[in-house]
Design a protein around this ligand. Structure first.
Ligand code: BGC
Length: 558
């Protein structure tokens, strides 16, 4: 069965699909060595189609020493042998396309592994042709305006290298030297990196660590104009050589900084919605969605019509708290009752379900919120079954444990014994494979997975409305309810979300342009209409999607 509403020929395919982020390493192990692999992803494609996603974002699968889970590349032009081969990737792409699924990779452009031959060559001598591919210093004092991104592990962006006899610059871990984008050969090689995998059929990339490519003295070394130029060049190449492929930016910043990556449609088609994400959780913690509507009203108008925000709740990194004020953070920590060892860097390493107190209804409510906004929602593997995390594992491994396919010792992830898995399984009883797994949840009509599928199906059936730009906030008075209209040409959908811990009722006057005969697409606790007044009732953390036909000039709709 092809994925719904995913028209592979449409240049704007990305606006109507739901993306699913997955790590090859911990998704499914096809050969029993304890490590997930590309043939394993292929075996699970039908699961993704049934779930209702239309595109996959594969986390880095290139050759790497895996000191940063593949974001430390040691060969851009091959698949890490533990994950499979290029032929396996070709087969996966073909099989995905055959099912109507798109598949994007991860373009890690800012840095490489210190094991990469480019760096090994560069460090050998000041005369090496690769020396200028990296940034060197005799003092390690330059670019002091660039903050350290992983402060729990690194104290400086410069590390001394005995072999090179100089310091080298790294924005992330010290084993990830930054490339020097002022060297034209670097820019050309990263475009070749993109070309290579697009040539193997990828439909685009999520671009990693976008803001940091260029460094300039006296700045924060983030979001510089040169960065935009580079990505416009990448986009230009992709449009010319691989029409229909897309790029998504990972650029955390203010609203103005993030909106700039659309650059009037010349740059990224999609930009990760970092300004909204922390507000979704804060609104949840405060039981008051007001701030969410405020952010949406500020971020939506800046999006060109052929682009879209990429919404997400959780991903493979920590939930960044960078954009929260001190007092907001205090509320967040108090209300989300987080264990102290869940904190890392400038954020929190927890998965969605444990963050929301293990409450399926809350997981569903927030997920269905990002599913209903104009743009592309991104789901993180395992969140659809309410998987948990392991804050006892180092760094962000906490949220990168093997997918839980079944209630068996290795969670149906692998034939290897649990002790041989590439990463340990979740053990906390409420989230462990015995309680949370695909096989069991598939067989239960009321499980999180089954309800998730239903919502995704409804969204797919109304993809033209949900992928349109039209969004209008609704005033529901002084209630913990977020409301908005999504409009298509034939009908409009009213989306309501109760952020309160108590049931919520309310009413609103229907616009004269609509027929006052609601069709409940996703039922709340019931609604009624009298005259033009629509009354609703929502469960705690409940939500409802209700359809109203547009009145035509003459007579009733056909
Ligand atoms: C990725 C991280 C990674 C970092 C360095 C990020 O933005 O999402 O997982 O550690 O870039 O590559």
């Amino acid at each position: 069965m092809p994925a719904p509403e995913s028209d592979l020929r449409s240049p704007e395919w990305f606006r109507s699909v739901v993306f699913y982020e997955l790590p090859v390493r911990t998704f499914f192990d096809s050969n029993g060595d304890g490590i997930g692999d590309l043939p394993g992803v292929l075996e699970k494609l039908d699961y993704l189609v049934d779930l209702g996603v239309g595109a996959i974002w594969l986390l880095p699968f290139y050759k790497s020493p895996w000191r940063d889970d593949g974001y430390d590349i040691s060969d851009h032009f091959t698949v890490d042998p533990r994950l499979g081969t290029i032929d396996d990737l070709d087969r996966l792409v073909e099989a995905a396309h055959g099912r109507g699924l798109r598949i994007i990779g991860d373009l890690v452009a800012n840095h490489v592994s210190d094991e990469h031959p480019w760096f090994q060559e560069a460090r050998k001598s000041r005369d090496s042709p690769k020396r200028s591919w990296f940034l060197w210093s005799d003092t390690g004092t330059e670019f002091s305006g660039a903050r350290v991104i992983f402060p729990d592990y690194e104290k400086s962006n410069w590390t001394w290298d005995d072999v090179a006899g100089q310091y080298y610059f790294h924005r992330f871990f010290h084993w990830q030297p930054d490339l020097n984008y002022d060297t034209s050969a670097v820019r050309a090689e990263i475009l070749n990196f993109a070309r290579f995998w697009l040539g193997h059929g990828l439909d685009g990339f999520r671009c990693d660590a976008v803001p940091y490519l260029y460094k300039r003295e006296g700045t924060t070394c983030a979001h510089l104009p040169e960065v935009h130029q580079f990505f416009q060049d990448l986009r230009g190449m992709m449009d010319a050589e691989f029409p229909g492929t897309v790029i998504v930016s990972e650029a955390n910043g203010t609203i103005a900084e993030t909106v700039a990556y659309f650059d009037r449609s010349h740059e990224f088609q999609m930009v990760m919605e970092f300004p909204l994400m922390p507000n979704l959780f804060l609104g949840f913690a405060e039981r008051n969605p007001r701030r969410i509507l405020d952010v949406l009203r500020a971020t939506l108008p800046g999006v060109p019509t052929d682009c879209g925000w990429a919404y997400f709740l959780r991903n493979h990194d920590e939930l960044s708290l960078e954009r929260m004020s001190e007092s907001e953070r205090a509320v967040f920590f108090r209300e989300m009752s987080l264990p102290s060892d869940a904190r890392i860097h400038n954020g929190v390493r927890r998965r969605l379900a444990p963050l929301l107190g293990g409450d399926d209804q809350s997981v569903l409510m927030l997920t269905s919120l990002i599913l209903a906004l104009p743009g592309a929602p991104f789901l993180y593997y395992g969140d659809e079954i309410g998987m948990g995390d392991r804050v006892d594992l180092p760094d962000r491994d906490a949220v990168r444990t093997p997918m839980q396919w079944a209630n068996d010792p290795s969670a149906g992830f692998s034939r290897a014994p649990p002790s041989s898995l590439t990463r340990p399984l979740v053990v906390e009883p409420a989230f462990a494979p015995s309680r949370r797994n695909v096989a069991d949840e598939e067989s239960q009509a009321n499980s999180l997975l089954s309800r998730m599928r239903t919502v995704l199906r409804v969204r797919a059936a109304h993809a033209t409305v949900f992928s349109s730009d039209r969004f209008e906030g609704v005033d529901v008075g002084d209630r913990p309810v977020l409301g908005f209209w999504r409009a298509g040409s034939e009908y409009q959908i009213l989306c309501l979300y109760n952020f309160g811990a108590e049931p919520s009722t309310g009413q609103l006057e229907l616009p004269g342009s609509l027929w006052a005969s609601p069709v409940e697409l996703v039922r709340g606790q019931g609604s009624t209409v009298s005259g033009r007044t629509f009354r609703f009732r929502l469960a705690p953390r409940g939500f409802a999607w209700t359809l109203f036909l547009t009145r035509r000039e003459r007579g009733a709709p056909a």
